[in-house]
Every structure is written in C-alpha cells, then in structure tokens.
Design a protein around this ligand. Structure first.
Ligand code: BGC
Length: 838
C-alpha cells in the first residue's frame, strides 16, 4: 500500500467510485478502487477480542475478560496493555479496524449488552476506554468507539426512540465518548441503532456534525452499526461516512442519483469520501496485504496477560471471618452450574471462538495441592447443552458432518456443494459464503452418531434462524419448521428452542440428523428484527434429571466437605446482544441450591459470574462472595489465583448492584413502549440515584475488599500547574498518603469525588472525577496524586445556554478507597464560567 494524496484522489475518482467507497462490500470489508491504489479495509469485532472475518467456523482468537470485568480493575495501565494485545490480535486477523470498545451506559441491570461496556459512570468508562484505544492505536490499528449514543438497551434497538434531556445526554451518555477522545482520539466511531430525541443517530446532524465534528473537532470516520443506516440523503447529509455492512442498501445507485439531482451536493459526498481515504492512509503503515490470511497468536505472554486481567477483575464482595483465601492443602469441593463450563464471554457480536478456555473447576484443580471434587448442584442452561461435542462422525472423529445442498431434502436429486467437519452444534452463518450456493435459500444436513453412557429419557432441542428438523434413526424427534415462535438467540433473530424427547439405551449408537433450511425457509414474523445473512442453527441434548436429586446430592457432599466453592451465575445465553434480560434473578434453581448448600455448610464460598448485577436472596447467609464476571480464556485460572490468595483481590465494582430490580433508577422506564423509552431518571443513573435517595444498594459502585487493609491520610489540594500531568485546563492535584496496613502485598484504588455547592440546580450528591491505582507491600506507604481538571470537575450542562456551567462556589473533594473512611478538602471556583468543546 502506498499513501494516497487524498485531494488528488478525490479529483480522480468517478462519481460511481466515490459512491462505492461509502459502503461496505461484504460483512467485514470496505470497497477498493484498484485503479487508484485504494485498498479495501478489514474490520472485526470487537469489545473483548478480535474474532476475524468469520463468525461461523472461524479462526480462534484471544478472549479478554468482558468490559465490566475490565471496568472492575480501575487500572488504566492494564487497559493500555489490553489494547496493545488487542491491536496485535487484529493484525493477526488481517484487520485494520477493531469495532470496539463499547461505551454505552448500564441504565438498568437488565441490558442484554451491559457486559460489553465498562461502567455506569462516564468518567470511569471514558478513562478506561481512552487508555484501551491508546494501546490499540499504538499498534497502528484503528479503534472504534461505539455505539454513539444511547444504545443502552436491546429491546427494539433499531426502532426505539431514546427520549433524553440534553443535560443527561451530555453529563451521562456522551461523557464517556468525550473523555475517551481527550485521552486518545479514536480513528472511528460507530453510530447507535436507535433514535435520540426523534432522529436516528445515523442521520442525526446535531449529534454527528454539530457535537462530534464541530464541537469536539474530531476528524475520524463515522460508520453505521450493522444495517443501522436507514436513509440515503439524510444519513449522508448528517455526516455518516460509511454504511455497513455491504452489499449496500442505501447508497449505490440511490446515492449516485441523489448527487446527480443535487439533493446531496457533490462536495458533501467528497467530505464522506475524504474521511474514508484519510482512514486508508491512517492504517497504511500496517502494511496488511489484500485478502490477508487469518492467524492465531496465542503466545505464552498473551496468556499471562489474560490471566492477570482475569484475576484483577474479580471483586471480593464479602469476606467475613476471613474465610478467603482458601488453603491449597485442604480438599476442595466445587459445586454449581458454572463450575465445569467456562462462562468466558457474553453473547452476540462480542462472542468469539477462543483459543482455549479454563473453567473454574479446572482452575481450582490446577492450583490445589489436595483433592478437588465436584457436584453439579443444578444446571443453568437456557437451551440444552450442545450435542455436537458428544457426537462422532462415521469415521470416528468427534463431531458431525455438515453437508450443504441447494435442494431441499424432499427433492430426489440433490448435489452436495460443501462438506465440513464441525464439533460445535451451534453456528451463526452470517458470514458463511460458498460460491456454489445459488441463493440465500439453501439446505444443510448435519449428521453424527451418539452413544449415550447412561440409559434414560433424553431431551433434544433445536433453535434456528431458518427451519430445523431433528431426527434420531430417521424418526423426527423435534420439528421446528412450522408455527415457529420468536426467541432470543442469534441476536434475537432465532426461534425459541423447540424440544422433543426419546428414551435411549446406554451403549447403543443412534444416528442423529439435523435437517436445516436457511433463513428464507422460516415462517417467523421478522418485523423489528435484524436478520444477519442466511441464518443459524443450534441443537442440544441432555438426559432428564431431577433437580431435587441434584441439589440434595450437592447438599450432602457440602455438609461433609472441608472447603466448598459454589460457582453459579449467567452465561452468554442469558446475557446477549439482541435481547434484554427479563429479570435480575439467577437461572431457575440456582438460588435454592446456593441457599441450601450455605445452610449445610455456612463456610461455603460463593462465586457469581455475570456481566451485570443479579439478585442475591441468600446474601445474608453467605460469608464470602466473589464476583467473577465473564473472565475470558483464562477465567478459571484468574479465579483460582484469587480463591487461593496467589493474587490479592483489588477490583472495585464499576456498577451498583441493587437489592431488587425495582430499586434501580430505570425501573419505570426500561424497554421500548410504542417505540419510545423515556430516560426518566435523567442524570440520576447508578450511584448518582442511590446516593441522592440515601437508599443504599446491595453493593455500591466502587465497592471491593482486599485480603490486606489500607489507610489513607494527609490529603492536600494544589492548583499549581507544574505539579500536574494534565496537558491543559486548570489542574487540581490531590495528594495523599496511602499505607498498606495489613500483612499481604496488594493494590489500592484511590477514588476522588467532587461534591458541588448547593445552588439552584439539582445535582448528584457527589460524582467520581478521578482515580488511581497503587501497589503497596505490607507496611509500605506511598504519596499518590490524582489530578483533575477544574472545569470538568465542577461543571453541569446548562440547557438554556447550551453550554457547560462551572459555577462559582465552594466545592468539596472526597477521597475514598477500600473500606470505610473518607478524606475531605475544599476548593473554590471564584467566578462562574460557561464553556463548550472537548
Ligand atoms: C453490533 C455491533 C457490531 C456489529 C458487527 C452489530 O450487531 O451492534 O456492535 O460491531 O454487529 O458484528
């Protein structure tokens, strides 16, 4: 690739070529113009790893802890390292652009993609995102802040109108984007699917041009979310540079016509093209060749970083009687639905095929010097466990054959056009292409052989975007072809799982066939749903078991066990793109199991995995509780490092965990109703609400314990610029002494809050304005500094003026950290000022 002379290239491009450049050509590539040496650019999700160009049957990748897990580290240096490795992963996949980080706001615990964003607070989220982007972009790879803005729920995500005051938009929802841009201007921004105050963001001039371009002076590339472009002229005029994915729906001849008829002046189209060509130049030093092959890195140093990140994200929520850390020399009983599965990431476009995973049980078993036992306790799957890994092909390999035809099974003459060997019996075919497939309508027979180890009644389940019929020894057991019912899998585009059962004998081999028809064969009503490509399939099975038997068995094991760890929580089935959760509870049976095991052995340690808050009706009984999120490839090892004390927990919650769903501030206004959602809690999101009402949540934002203890003392504030590390603005430097007063090394997170004076404006009690993390040996004391910018630390958004207002008055700085106690100091703003800009 050679650098383009952008202005000259624009002069030389034909109208057709310019138009073509403004849309993708397929799921993951932009258009090329070989005549003028303009290459195609490749992009890939996403927030917790770089999947590459194939959702279906792709090359495995590193899976990082989910964003709420990374948010819990409050560690900007770690986020920088994570960004760097993410950049290297992108290069290995031949990708110029990473579609991440996600920095929407968790208004509600129920948001299906809540796990993808760092925090409920813009300062924490934006700061971490900025350092993450810096790491990515230092490697020459373009980062994408998404989804700009207010895509904070999944329900009717394309159609919903987010009704939000300008003040909340600025102070809560735009803030993480603004702050990330101050640290590292990203090369790309992706628009949100939804409307903000009546206009879809992808055609919202106020948001894209007036704020992002003019006010923030940002000159990168704006792309739409996938199928999130809804017009030709309006989107171009508002500032949307690139429609994704291809083939285009709105540009092509429609855009050429709009320019020819002067509905869109050609210089406006040129501005869009200029941003695309600038991005081509920006990524040019990467030297990624066209059609670059995709590789796996999976280096030991990467595994070590992933393990460090996983461990650093685990929050010690409770630790009465110093139950934790556990002893490596005593036997450990591990119980629970998440113990033997690796809940490594949430679902949807964030998900990827990981290089490997380590389950909590494997992590514990690898670390313990004594016996490690297991009891299931309860299952927590939403859909039946995948059957693929239990099948064998005719020639004895694990998995099944995937045979593709243009003709339906009912046709006498069928020609095989593709044959694959798969193990995962779940596939989203959005980017599956094969030139021999003649249309979007095609058929796949998946065939494998199942030999159960135990006799009994087995349930089988089939979920499809398309149609599916499961046969055992040629007899139909599940028919999901007619009267289909809408479900939540595959970004909300699939049917529910239809089930059937059959008695099977141990040791006997059965032929299992799934007859799949691609998306157009479905009779599902797809209004309001995004269909990504030709469809998807999933089939699973399990032997019918009594939940009571499973729980009773776990309880009796626990009562006699020396050390017990319960691992429960959610998985990518429960927290996924395309649908929000319906409630905050754990999957059926989990609460009962946890409660009964705690009764039987009150010293049991509870570990919960979820990307967002869950209710904990048994919390009063639990002496020790860890929150372990979705921890990426290394989730089991990272957890074991904390359980056995090889790593001292230092994570702090990036979200408030309410007692009940009803307590959360968006409770009355979450989900789309007749196409709109009112952001009724205004600026009182998360802790801002609980503190204003003096109604403590179960676990507050910023909470997290340690195996050691810390003290904080001698706070002083200085406004001398030389002391500060800020490039501009008027810095306020808070200096304090942090001491490790316990007997173990550990890291402390110092949190700096600002409390505004009482004026005529209703404001949160205090807001997070800065933080820093410091590592201390036992007995060690360090002087640490947190620098904040005065105008950012004091302002609220004045809607009447359309400006930030830093009002004169006395402000309080509060400094907190692990455990009780806060330090306070004051500073004065002498004169009220109003400002706009980044
Ligand atoms: C998601 C984006 C993602 C894109 C491509 C969309 O469904 O909202 O975050 O980058 O798909 O996978």
């Amino acid at each position: 690739m050679t650098r383009l002379d952008v202005d000259k290239t624009i002069e030389e491009l034909t109208l057709g070529e310019k138009v073509a450049l403004t849309a993708g050509v397929d799921f993951w590539h932009t258009a090329s113009v070989e005549r003028l040496n303009i290459p195609a650019l490749r992009m890939s999700d996403g927030p917790n790893g770089v999947r590459g160009t194939r959702f279906f049957n792709g090359i495995p990748a590193a899976c990082f802890p989910c964003a709420t897990a990374l948010g819990a580290t409050w560690n900007t240096d770690l986020l920088h390292e994570v960004g760097q490795l993410m950049g290297e992963e992108a290069i290995a996949k031949g990708s110029h652009i990473i579609l991440g980080p996600t920095i929407n706001i968790q208004r509600s615990p129920l948001g299906g993609r809540g796990f993808e964003s760092f925090a409920e607070d813009g300062l924490l989220s934006g700061t971490l995102a900025g350092h993450f982007c810096r790491g990515v972009q230092e490697k020459g790879v373009a980062a994408t802040l998404k989804h700009f803005v207010c895509n904070d729920q999944e329900h009717e995500r394309m159609a919903v109108n987010s009704i939000v005051t300008m003040r909340a938009l600025r102070e809560i929802y735009l803030l993480p984007f603004q702050l990330a841009m101050r640290i590292c201007p990203p090369a790309c921004v992706m628009t949100a699917y939804n409307k903000v105050n009546d206009t879809h963001v992808s055609e919202n001039k106020e948001i894209l041009t007036d704020i992002l371009r003019r006010e923030w002076k940002w000159d990168g590339l704006i792309m739409s979310d996938w199928f999130g472009t809804y017009s030709t002229s309006d989107a171009i005029a508002a500032g949307l540079d690139l429609e994704m994915p291809g083939k285009t729906r709105w540009r092509g001849s429609a855009l050429a016509h709009a320019v020819s008829s002067n509905k869109i002046p050609e210089f406006v189209l040129d501005d869009r093209v200029r941003n695309i060509l600038n991005l081509v130049n920006w990524v040019e030093p990467l030297g990624i060749p066209p059609h670059a092959p995709e590789k796996a890195l999976n280096r030991p140093q990467d595994q070590a970083l992933l393990r460090r990140a996983a461990a650093e994200s685990v929050v010690l929520m409770k630790n009465e009687d110093k139950l934790l850390p556990l002893s490596k020399d005593r036997p450990t009983l591990v119980i629970g639905p998440n113990a033997k599965i690796a809940a490594y990431c949430g679902g949807g476009s964030a998900s990827l095929d990981p290089y490997y995973t380590v389950s909590p049980f494997e992590g514990v078993a690898a670390k313990s010097h004594s016996d490690v036992h297991f009891a299931q306790g309860v299952y927590s799957h939403k859909e039946l466990p995948l059957l693929g890994p239990l099948l064998k092909t005719e020639d004895g390999q694990t998995g099944f054959r995937f045979r593709v035809y243009n003709e339906a099974p009912s046709e006498a003459k069928r020609t095989l056009v593709d044959e694959l060997h798969l193990v995962r019996s779940s596939g989203f075919l959005m980017d599956y292409v094969n030139p021999k497939i003649k249309s979007l309508t095609f058929y796949v027979d998946m065939e494998g052989y199942f030999t159960p180890e135990e006799s009994g009644i087995y349930d089988f389940g089939v979920t499809v975007v398309g149609t599916g019929k499961l046969l055992i020894d040629d007899e139909v057991v599940v028919d999901n072809t007619k009267n289909q019912r809408q479900g939540s899998a595959f970004f909300g585009s699939a049917t529910i799982e239809e089930r059937g059962s059959r008695h099977l004998n141990a040791g006997q081999t059965y032929k299992v066939v799934l007859e799949f028809g691609s998306a157009p064969t479905s009779d599902l009503d797809t209004r309001g749903i995004v269909i990504f490509g030709p469809g998807g399939f999933r089939f699973g099975a399990t032997r019918q078991l009594s939940q009571e038997d499973l729980i009773a068995h776990a309880v009796s094991q626990a009562s006699a066990a020396s050390q017990v760890v319960i691992v429960a929580g959610l998985t990518s089935e429960w927290e996924t793109e395309g649908c929000d959760r319906e409630h905050m509870d754990l999957p059926p049976g989990s609460d009962e199991m946890i409660s009964r095991v705690l009764d039987a052995n009150p010293n049991s340690v509870v570990v919960i995995q979820s990307g967002t808050p869950v209710s904990m009706p048994w919390i009063g009984k639990a002496k020790a509780l860890l929150h372990a999120w979705f921890g990426g490839n290394e989730c089991g090892n990272g957890l074991a490092d904390i359980l056995y004390g090889d790593v001292n927990p230092s994570a702090k919650l990036p979200l408030s965990f309410p007692v009940r769903l009803q307590d959360n501030p968006s409770y009355l206004n979450f989900r789309s109703e007749r196409g709109r959602v009112l952001y009724g809690e205004d600026v009182y999101v998360g802790y801002r609400y609980y503190e204003k009402l003096a109604r403590p949540p179960l676990f507050p934002f910023g909470h997290g314990l340690s195996y050691t203890s810390f003290s904080r003392s001698d706070l002083s504030l200085s406004t001398v610029p030389e002391l500060a590390t800020l490039a501009d603005g008027e810095p306020i430097t808070a200096s304090l002494t942090v001491t490790n007063t316990g007997s173990l090394p550990g890291a402390e997170t110092v949190q700096l809050w600002v409390m505004p004076p009482v004026t005529g404006v209703n404001r949160p009690v205090r807001e997070l304005k800065g933080f820093t993390k410091v590592f201390l040996d036992p007995g060690e004391a360090k002087r640490v500094q947190v620098v904040v910018e005065k105008k950012l630390a004091t302002s609220w958004w004045d809607e009447r003026r359309g400006k930030w207002a830093s009002e004169k008055g006395e402000y309080q700085v509060l400094v907190t950290g692990t455990g009780e106690g806060e330090l306070r100091e004051g500073f004065t703003v002498e004169k009220t000022r109003f400002w706009v800009g980044l």
